[in-house]
Design a protein around this ligand. Structure first.
Ligand code: C5P
Length: 218
């Protein structure tokens, strides 16, 4: 029997991570935050002084990533890097290297490996369109840039990090632009995705929406 996947795609800070992990929890399914894989490559590149357009060396990093996802921890070469992955610098780098086709291919099998019974909830940009194109349910989450910047701002402040709201709006616009206009796996809802605008919704409301759609299809 094929293991079912729910794909939740959308732009940076649309709330997909929160929604996807809560949906996974309530179904008792596995969870993949695919952005963290791109972020891991970015972090490793920053640490080894590899430029974000050096396709050859980035592909090497991508294929050799020694990472385990252990509950809440993301262990890279023996170190928990979960908090480091959230840094804006790491996210911006991820968005640059994610535009390189060979890097994306090098990460495909690693992402597909998260598909295990009883099911998987995967969040990212191309979960429904590329990696798990046979998902039983594809959700495309959006929210206004302002709403997303405010959420990201709160997350950073809550973690005791510094943040600048105007800077975040500019960064989000730039990243959307790059994610939307790249040639490979651009950020775009697949034809069979259900659109959900979370600008005026709480995370709870978005989770309920996804679970209701999931129930109809499982
Ligand atoms: O979602 P998150 O902000 O963690 O992703 C970081 C970057 O990784 C994104 O800006 C995007 O360019 C890239 N990404 C991607 N495909 C995915 C997940 C993330 O290209 N499935």
């Amino acid at each position: 029997r094929i293991v079912p996947v729910i794909a939740i795609d959308g732009p940076t800070a649309s709330g997909k991570g929160t929604v996807a992990s809560r949906v996974a929890d309530s179904l008792g399914w596995h969870f993949l935050d695919s952005g963290s894989i791109y972020r891991l490559v970015s972090l490793q590149a920053l640490r080894s002084g590899v430029a974000f357009d050096d396709a050859e060396r980035l592909v090497k990093i991508a294929s050799r990533l020694d990472v385990t996802f252990d509950g809440e921890e993301v262990v890279l070469d023996g170190e928990d890097v979960k908090d480091k992955l959230r840094q804006e610098e790491v996210g911006n780098g991820a968005s640059k290297l994610a535009a390189i086709p060979a890097v994306r291919s090098a990460l495909l099998d690693r992402q597909k490996g998260f598909r295990k019974g009883p099911g998987l909830v995967a969040d990212g940009r191309d979960m429904g369109s590329v990696v798990f194109s046979d998902s039983v349910l594809k959700i495309f989450l959006t929210a206004s840039v302002e709403a997303r910047a405010e959420r990201r701002y709160k997350q950073l402040i809550d973690k005791g990090l510094s943040a600048n709201l105007e800077r975040l709006v500019l960064d989000l616009r730039e990243r959307d632009e790059r994610d939307t206009n790249r040639a490979v796996a651009p950020l775009k809802p697949s034809a069979d995705a259900v659109l959900l605008d979370t600008t005026a919704l709480t995370a709870d409301q978005a989770v309920i929406f996804v679970l209701e759609h999931a129930r109809e299809r499982l």
